[in-house]
Ligand binder design. Sequence first.
Ligand SMILES: Nc1ncnc2c1ncn2[C@@H]1O[C@H](COP(=O)(O)OP(=O)(O)OP(=O)(O)O)[C@@H](O)[C@H]1O
Length: 334
Amino acid sequence: MNLLPPFAAQFDDVEVTFPRSWAMNAAGTAHRVPGSTALDGITCEFPAGQITGLLGRNGAGKSTMLGLLAAFRRPTRGAVLVGPDGELRDPWEDSGLTSAVLLVQEGGDVLNDEKVTATLSYYADLRPEWDADYAAELLDLFEVPLWRKPSALSRGKRSALAATIGLAARAPLTIFDEVYLGMDAPTRFAFYDALLADYAEHPRTVVLSSHLVEETERLFEHVVLVDRGRVVLAEPADEVRTRATSLTGPTTAVERLAAGRDVLHRQELGPTTRVTVDGMVSERDARAAAAEGVTVGHEGLESLFVHLTRTSREATGARRAEAERAQPRKEGSR
Ligand SMILES: Nc1ncnc2c1ncn2[C@@H]1O[C@H](COP(=O)(O)OP(=O)(O)OP(=O)(O)O)[C@@H](O)[C@H]1O
């Protein structure tokens, strides 16, 4: 039984800029580091009692957003609000709120030079909803030796320890910032399964940042996609999942159906073509497609993620490749 209800969180036109600063290069000479804008007017919500996937490419602004949720930093402009539904407030220097928020990063916040058991005791004292038996069960599952110091664990085992802390603390707002880094595939999937099972038993709000979209998408009920400091998409996951549609079948029929739509991806296998388009296909079009031997399906989040976050240079490259693919067909059809 959780002591506090799941928290919600909200960003309202949030900007985070980093001022110009000085840094030393390898030769020991000071040089000026230009300022940058990490978040450029972010407005979105993290619904209470749901698992939200915070997706974005490297440098998109995910960690900066998560640092704001945990009150590790303040926005340069705008408002960040956290708390139970209907009672959202600024978490900055509000220990009543921040003690109910847990941000877990790769490697975790651990006592590096004492045995793992010391870190477990630390969290047992700090976190009112800590489940010691569950923590022990998870560490056994992930084969993390309790008598080792975290500093002597492999990268993947350190991540497994961090994931264990995040799960066993059962914080009303639990944030995983790419905590799976370094874990091998079986450990990552064991973590995802444990997260889903424990979340079902102990409802809370979870935000999980990731760029491993394909393998994490099944976890999400809500998705926030950020790109270069801006929100590209913030929607219930079910709606996002049905946005990218695949059309597979005879090339001419597929091309006719895809005409005028935003094509995310194209693959040709002899006389058969498969294209992925952004958007749904109406029932009427799907029936017409079926009559021409075209199968209509839904793509996962990954296609949408790749398409919506592609840089203009990458998009130009993709268009050029597509044009080159189309060229021999045109010549051959003359
Ligand atoms: N302390 C800082 N000083 C200056 N710029 C920073 C600082 N922290 C982050 N940034 C910049 O802010 C932007 C967003 O960084 P952030 O770490 O939030 O991205 P991210 O989406 O978490 O990336 P990744 O997936 O690579 O971890 C990047 O351009 C980064 O260089």
